[in-house]
Design a protein around this ligand. Sequence first.
Ligand code: ADP
Length: 247
Amino acid sequence: MSSVILETRNLTKEFKGFTAVNGVSLQVQRGHIHALIGPNGAGKTTCFNLLTKFLVPTSGQILFNGNDITAAKPAQIARMGVIRSFQISAVFPHLTVLQNVRIGLQRQLGTSFNFWQSERSLSQLNGRAMELLAEVDLTEFADTVTVDMPYGRKRALEIATTLAMEPELMLLDEPTQGMGHEDVHRVTELIKKVSVGRTILMVEHNMKVVSGICDKISVLQRGAMLAEGSYAEVSSNAQVMEAYMGS
Ligand code: ADP
């Protein structure tokens, strides 16, 4: 199996003549935590939306495990194992944390979620759901109604429901957005923990998060690739520093 799990070739997205993503060629290595960073308006979100098929590229190609997925639909790539956390961050706020993870497991098993399903049949999933909650340190919240959980722990639930779907590639969209220092630290540690044996591509603003855990960083500016490399490499790149200072 190739070491490259996801690749883009000259990926381009234009909005009515404005080029938001401009010829981006990206390679994500299997087993890496790879970050997509850049100042506001750099094209990170557009790029993510292209990768997860929420947007159709104007030109260019996207390959997953060597297969061209440029024309695939979001549900198709999810079945292939490309799971975006925010897609399922629409967790059901009035269900418990455990019930939300069970929904992720049902999706993985291909059984659609049904509010009227008997608790007895659903409880067969409890064992695996509790394992996943333990993995993301949420055991104590299993029976908490999701809306009552502290904000900083909701990302951990999103990660658990993503893991329930057995992702080959996890896409995390600004996992520490809106969090205080302590929660940022907790989520950073969690990403490091769940990355073992998995591949993660994330959009992230917080340089501290990126510096601590990422194997590779791609820096976008005005839709194009400005620099790529380790944190040490990109953070010492004069053009990158200038791009960030100017933002
Ligand atoms: P980032 O996530 O790096 O902040 P975005 O991908 O959100 O950047 O945006 C990149 C550029 O594309 C911005 O200038 C933004 O205004 C523009 N853009 C994004 N989405 C659209 C859209 N649907 N229509 C027009 N312009 C858009």
